[in-house]
Write a protein that binds this ligand. Structure first.
Ligand SMILES: C[S@@+](CC[C@H](N)C(=O)[O-])C[C@H]1O[C@@H](n2cnc3c(N)ncnc32)[C@H](O)[C@@H]1O
Length: 418
């Protein structure tokens, strides 16, 4: 079916804004849709998908666009729409544009030079190639540049996984059971979840399976004192609260009042009453010092580049710069050190990121261990066995989209000696 001609101009307008990279692309899209309430569901879907296609394929599209005519932004949009809906679905094309699109859309992208094929900025391509080799980057990029399925976490305090599957089947939504997290469901559609009764009543939350595995790795138990140090909007807080069966005390710390505010409605839906959202000024805040040595489990889900989430946030690879990563590394080390003071003897500290770069992951943990002799590494292999999670790992948890079909996640478990 042909798309209304206005889809091209709307997509062009949004893309111009998105490519300024002044904020996350999903925020720009939501704002644009709020400001244009008359756009229908199909148009919105097409605009969003083509914007994401341009972000995923920007290098290749820019290369293809060199051979076309007319405004560069329009050429990028036409390539996005052609990939998402097919050339024949686009209205208002000139005969030259149709001929150009039909020609470039058939180019064998596998034959392009490696960095172009990977669609990554040069600095990132080089960094990843150092870690996983050139072939490895291409394989990784192929998956990082594809859309992700939608993972849900079933709130077992409210419904069982079977009940959730039956409830979603009525929508109708078919669920898969992903292999690693016991409360996870996977769907391959993008339904308006917030309208479903099971979502409104707190039976399900959106959460990548990898993020759920990470919450399990913390190993929080009933009645314990637990801190989610970088709680944000509380994705992992909610999972931890459920794992603790709504007992004990779970502090949700964050420096961002705005992010913690987003946790409030989710908490209300979840039925949890053991969570204490707390704004802290920084990692050495007096509120942190007061709890020093008292906490059983501390999760540091550190601020990071977010490069493990490229399937969902393809703009991150263009917005992130090497200098920003070096600054993040200092912050990561400082937050981990600050949070470590909370851990009581025999207690555990879990350092996690959604990054695929070793400098945000292993390097931070190694630096921490070299300067904090009270802590030792607990091999993740052991923790996965304790938790009954069927994943093959050694010292660290390293989830990769191209291997595990989750976002890219890293975690290390550290224990304070008795
Ligand atoms: C990766 S996000 C957390 C995501 C969250 N845990 C979740 O599962 O949805 C990192 C968070 O760290 C917070 N942050 C940054 N600096 C911090 C600090 N010094 N102390 C505590 N939190 C901090 C940010 O505001 C951000 O919300």
């Amino acid at each position: 079916m042909r798309l209304p001609p206005a889809v091209v101009s709307h997509t062009e307008e949004v893309l111009r804004e998105v490519l300024r990279f002044t904020g996350p692309a999903d925020g720009t899209l939501s704002r644009y849709f709020r400001e244009h309430p008359r756009l229908g569901g199909r148009e919105r879907g097409m605009i969003a998908e083509s914007i994401y296609a341009v972000l995923r394929n920007k290098l290749v599209y820019t290369n293809f666009a060199e051979s076309g005519t007319g405004p560069a932004m329009r050429r990028l949009v036409l390539l996005g729409l052609a990939d998402v809906a097919g050339v024949e679905a686009i209205s208002g094309l000139s005969p030259e544009e149709t001929a150009w699109l039909e020609r470039v859309i058939r180019v064998d992208r596998e034959a392009l030079q490696p960095q172009l094929k990977a669609n990554l900025p040069e600095w990132l391509y080089r960094k990843l190639a150092q870690d996983v080799g050139e072939d490895g980057v291409i394989k990784m990029a192929r998956v990082l540049n594809s859309p992700a399925p939608l993972d849900l976490r079933v709130n077992i305090l409210k419904v069982s996984r079977e009940e959730a599957i039956a409830e979603l089947a009525k929508v109708p939504l078919q669920c898969e059971l992903p292999p690693y997290a016991a409360s996870a469901l996977r769907i391959y559609k993008k339904p308006a979840l917030q309208n479903l009764p099971i979502f409104k009543s707190g039976g399900i939350e959106v959460q990548d399976e990898g993020s759920q595995v990470l919450a399990q790795l913390v190993g929080a138990r009933r009645g314990e004192m637990v801190v989610d140090f970088c709680a944000g909007a509380g994705g992992k807080t909610l999972a931890l609260g459920a794992i603790m069966r709504n007992t004990g005390r779970l502090y949700a710390f964050d420096v961002s009042e705005k992010r913690l505010a987003k946790l409030k409605p989710r908490l209300a839906r979840s039925g949890l009453s053991n969570v204490h959202p707390t704004v802290i000024a920084h990692e050495n805040d007096a509120k942190v010092k007061r709890l020093a040595g008292k906490i059983d489990r501390v999760l540091v889900d550190a601020p990071c580049s977010g490069l493990g989430t490229l399937r969902r946030n393809p703009d991150v690879k263009w917005r992130m710069q090497p200098q920003a990563i070096a600054e993040l590394n200092e912050k990561q080390f400082s937050i981990l050190s600050g949070a470590s003071r909370l851990v009581k003897p025999g207690g555990r500290l879990v350092y996690a990121t959604c990054s695929i770069l070793s400098e945000e992951n292993e390097a931070i943990v190694e630096r921490f261990l070299a300067t904090h002799s009270a802590f030792q590494l607990v091999p993740v292999k052991q923790v996965l066995e304790e938790q009954g999670i069927p994943l093959e790992m050694e010292n660290y948890l390293k989830l990769l989209p191209q291997v595990h079909n989750t976002d890219g996640f890293f975690a290390a478990v550290l224990e304070r000696r008795q």
